[in-house]
Every structure is written in C-alpha cells, then in structure tokens.
Design a protein around this ligand. Structure first.
Ligand SMILES: Cc1ncc(COP(=O)(O)O)c(C=O)c1O
Length: 402
C-alpha cells in the first residue's frame, strides 16, 4: 500500500468510530462501473456501493438534475407541499401496485416505517391487538433497534444492545410449515426479502414466496417485502416481487433509489396507508428537493433504458460464465446462484484469499459470510467486464492449485 493510503488510514483510525471492517482500499473517484483509488489504480466495480449505483457512478443526467435542483430548492421541510416530492411519488407508484408512499433517508428507516405502519394499522384501522412482526432466519433489515431485532441473524449485530424491542420472531428460511404455525392472531405482518442479500444471495423459492403471501392473506396479517437491495431493476424486474406476480401490502426500497444520495421509501396499499395520520410518523429530510428530483430521474432512466431487461440479460450471461468456472473447479466453487445482477458465488472454503487476489487484479466485490463472493454490479456494467471477472476468478483458482 502507498504512503498516501497509509496516512489516510492512520487518520481514519483516530477520528472515526470503528464500526466498519474495511477493505484495504481508499477510493478517490468513480465513474460508470469503474473506481479509482488514491494512487490512480483503476478497479472494475462489481458492488456499486452495495447495490446503490444501479445506473453507474457519476451518471451525467443525474449530475445535471442534482446541480439544477440544488439551485432551485434544497430543503424546506415537510411542513410544506413540494412539487419534486409529489412528482417522485407519482412516477414511483407507476412502477408497482401500491397507492401511497412515505419518503425517508435509508433502508433501515424505510423498514422502521413499515413496522410502525403495520402495528398502527392493526390497532387503529383493524382494531386488533396484533403487533408481532415475523421475519426469516438469515434476513437483514437494518441497524435501528427495531430493524436489527427484525433481522434474522445472531452475532455482533445484536450483541450488547439488549433489551431489544418486543414483538419480533424469525422463522427458518424456506420452511413453510414453520411460518404457518408461527402466524397467530398477534401477527401484524410477515416481512421478507425476495432474495436475501446480506444473508449470502439466497433467492426465495417461487412456491414458498407465493405461499407466504397466501398465509398472510388467509390470516389477515400484512405481507411486507423488503426491496431495499432487490428493488429498482436489480434482479431483472423493476421490483423483485414482480417475478412471481406478488402484491405486497407494503414494501420498502432505498439503496439505488437516488443512485447514491441517501433516500428511502415505504410504499403501501391504500387501505394499509390509512394506519398513518398526520403526526403519526415523520422525518426531517424525507423527500427533499434534490433527492426527489434525482430519484425521479433515476426511475425515468431505469424505465426508458429498460434496465430490468439489461439486468436479466447480463445476469444470465454472468451466471453462465460463472457456472463454467464452477464446472472447471467443482471442488472450489460449491454453488453459483442469483437473480438478475444479484449474484452469489459460494466457495467451498473460506474465501478471503481469492477475494483479496481479485481486488489486487482490479476487481471489487463483496465477500459475504467469509465464503460467498457477492456481486451487485452497476446495471450499466459491460458484458466484457463480467467475463473478465470470470476469467480472473478462473485463473486465481487455477494458480492457487499449482
Ligand atoms: C435488505 C436490506 N434491508 C435493509 C437494509 C438497511 O439499509 P440501510 O443500510 O440503508 O439502513 C439493507 C442494507 O444492506 C438491506 O440489504
């Protein structure tokens, strides 16, 4: 590592709360599907800021909207009606079967809003004392106290933060009978990701996903989908729940919504949205001028350029290439799975060495649970970059055998 890098890391260690296990890489700039480090070395970005830069870094149309809107109106608060916020809501709702939206600033906040809405809807619209939120093991829903409690994982995410809020339980991923018996009169909602991201890229089987919705409808609780990572064309449909024709009562989005500016949203069907009334929920920055203008442009471009189709096509190409590498090295790669451009390559042994060698060769991806190479590239990445990644992976595995 260079002296520039070492100096930056030394300063960081002194001043920031040490909450992140960072890769040994400092990024100075990023354009499209390329990132450049402090010393001018270029990397192919197969992570997109963890499924955020779906349209690539520094997209010129988004930069233009950002600059123009910043000169018009940055922030006035939700005490006022704001045209950009309403325009965004209209275009966002045109992509799905929900009727109303609440804007916030992150995925955790969007899920927090969904959890609060589910409880309040049950109490004030349905007059039921139903408050429990059921999630799946392996899920990830955020780091606020409620959303980390909803998260179906043990370990550091929860340790030391007790007492955790009541009214959450996780049932085993994929076990429909476990879910059926967990849903009771106390259940307000079942909340699932269509593809578990942090969990290691685990798509929900179609039949299971359909049954989850059916169980919710039969029991009269809400079916809620966390699309924070899977949404906005990432999986090859605008929303991942659309692969199976599902109609969640509530779903959440964030990450790619403003392609890098902090933004989240909770979308709900009309009857459920009645659970919120003025004063019941709020956030200072939600739906401000600049983020709303940029997010509206993001959605316009995602639709105009058929980014869902692009994610489908490139995802199929990438899965095929990675499976060929698996066929060559079955002892090293145990599974290749994914939906659209949300792909996991599961290694048979701890993957730190392969992961860091990929980075040294100029490919940045994530390593989930120490074993799954998780790829969430910008949807504008080229087929050549994906094939180059496959070739590098093949070569690294081959040379590690020698
Ligand atoms: C599925 C899912 N839900 C919620 C979150 C939390 O989002 P944020 O980090 O913006 O709070 C994430 C973040 O990775 C996520 O992947």
């Amino acid at each position: 590592m260079s002296s520039k890098y070492d100096a930056l890391v030394a300063r960081e260690k002194k001043v920031l709360c040490q909450t992140y296990g960072r890769y040994p890489l400092a990024i100075e700039k990023a354009v499209g599907a390329r990132m450049t480090d402090l010393d001018g070395k270029e990397y192919v970005d197969l992570l997109a800021g963890i499924a955020v830069a779906n349209l690539g870094h520094s997209h010129p149309e988004l930069l233009k909207v950002m600059a123009e809107q910043a000169q018009e109106l940055l922030h006035v608060s939700n005490l006022f009606f704001q045209p950009r916020q309403v325009e965004l809501a209209e275009i966002l709702l045109s992509t799905c079967a929900c009727d109303r939206v609440f804007f916030c600033n992150s995925g955790a906040e969007a899920n927090e809003a969904a959890i609060k809405l589910a409880r309040r809807y049950m109490r004030t619209v349905r007059y039921k004392d139903a408050y429990e939120i059921i999630t799946l093991t392996g899920s990830f829903h955020g780091r606020t106290l409620a959303t980390l409690t909803a998260t179906g994982q043990a370990g550091r995410i929860k340790e030391g933060f007790e007492p955790l809020p009541e009214g959450f339980r996780a049932v085993p991923f994929g076990d429909i009978e476990a879910l059926r018996s967990a849903v009771t009169q106390k259940t307000a909602a079942v909340l699932v990701e269509m593809v578990q991201g942090e969990g290691g890229v685990l798509p929900l089987p179609e039949a299971y996903a359909r049954e989850v919705q059916e169980i919710c409808r039969a029991a009269g609780c809400l079916f809620m989908v966390d699309e924070v990572q899977t949404g906005l064309c990432r999986t090859g449909k605008f929303w991942a729940h659309q692969h199976f024709g599902l109609t969640p009562d509530v779903f959440t989005t964030s990450k790619a919504l403003a392609n890098g500016l902090p933004m989240g949203a909770m979308l709900a069907q009309e009857h459920v949205a009645k659970g919120f009334v003025p004063g019941a929920h709020a956030t200072t920055f939600g739906g401000g001028g600049v983020v709303s203008a940029v997010a509206a442009k993001v959605i316009e471009i995602l639709k105009r350029d058929d980014m869902a189709g692009q994610a489908r096509d490139l995802g199929a190409l990438a899965l095929d290439a990675f499976r060929k590498v698996q066929d060559k090295h079955p002892e090293c790669i145990s599974n290749v799975r994914g939906l659209g451009l949300m792909i996991g390559i599961e290694l048979s042994a701890p993957g730190e060495k392969i992961h860091s060698e990929l980075r040294e060769r100029g490919f940045v991806c994530n390593l989930a649970h120490g074993r799954v190479l998780r790829l969430l590239p910008p949807l504008v990445i080229s087929a050549d970059d994906l094939l180059a990644f496959a070739a590098a992976l093949d070569d690294i595995i081959e040379s590690n055998k020698a």
